[in-house]
Design a protein around this ligand. Sequence first.
Ligand SMILES: Cc1cc2nc3c(=O)[nH]c(=O)nc-3n(C[C@H](O)[C@H](O)[C@H](O)COP(=O)(O)O)c2cc1C
Length: 413
Amino acid sequence: MQSLSGRRYTSSNDVGRAMSIDELRAQARRRLPRFVFEYLDGGAEDEVTLRRNREVFEQLQFLPRTLVAAGAVDMSTQIFGRPTASPMMIAPVGFCGLLTRDGDLAMARAAAAFGMAFVQSTVSNTRLETVAEIEGLRRWMQLYVFRSRDSMETLVRRAEVAGCEALVVTTDATVFGNREWDRRNYRVGTDPSLRNKIETLRHPRWLREVALPGVPPFANLLDMIPPEQRTLAGSATWTRYEVDPNLDWARLAWLRSIWRGRLVIKGVLSVEDAARARDVGADGIVLTNHGGRQLDGVVSPMTVLPEIAARFSGDLTILIDSGFRRGTDVVKALALGAHAVLIGRAAAYGLAAGGEAGASRALTILHDEVRRTLALLGRPTLAQLGPDCILQMRERRFEEQIDGEQVGSEKQL
Ligand SMILES: Cc1cc2nc3c(=O)[nH]c(=O)nc-3n(C[C@H](O)[C@H](O)[C@H](O)COP(=O)(O)O)c2cc1C
């Protein structure tokens, strides 16, 4: 399998041999049937946003400080006033049970070992009460808002009883994104085309581990789905219909009124919406474009981060995701004002390549990269990161100063 630079990656399936997230992605691609890999990897329509989510990082250049004693790097920080060993957390990824057996549990266990918070998807394949049994795991629950208020109240109560710290309400997927490449793999609905079924035979391990025991249902929703619709196809149709296309700020305010824990809005990309999130009583926001899976052509969260962080980081915990594949990406976001970064596909590639060991490998790679980046940047603690670490931000400030002086001198005239 070729790397991004055209050189060859390892042909081994041992996740311990993967040196980067992209190499884990290549291993995941070999292990998964094509239609499953596409579900994980693909984006909406022409995938313009999916590509932009990566390009944006290449344009940002570090400005390191030298001769800084950076031997002891400290990656610890605080999220919602509680200490955390890592500035990263696991993004909600639905249907992890399709990537590997008991995928949610494997991912959650890997997160716990790194002291990372785990955001469980509404459409995960493991009950949130089961994830709650994992010792030492900081757990948040992601919510797709359904039409039925009763269903919402039930889920919110369950999250509360299970001790979830935060509710993460996803607001950028009220209408399902147009993932044409994904849809092309199916004959109708959730039934893969004959070509895909035949291709699946080339992935005996996946067949043995995932398909043979039966593709798992949406465990958290099962009780709400009418019995006659509890098949895979039926649940998917039910869920799609139930997601409320009329979700609005009033509904958010209602959710705020029934949930006592931390409330995070996932789907903010504008200053105006950040202000409304604060005003409605949210504790945090996730700047995201859903990993390029929803609106194609939308801005990358990294582009809007500096302004939103500058205005709201005193009022809101600012989280970000979409396109993070390297420790350098994470450090760039933290330097531009994010409090923490949600890791989506980067961890899921590892999970798909090798279950819990693969997810752990992905998290090891990312943590090693963040640690090395902080040392090379001459900022061994997260508190030392700021916009001055990024060339473009210094240039912007320099231009503002020049403009300011010109405006000042014009006034004097
Ligand atoms: C396979 C897959 C499933 C996802 N499922 C959900 C979900 O159930 N709920 C949600 O809010 N976001 C979901 N997301 C979006 C992620 O939470 C996150 O925003 C996105 O993956 C970030 O982009 P990245 O993977 O390129 O880093 C999913 C993403 C992927 C790749």
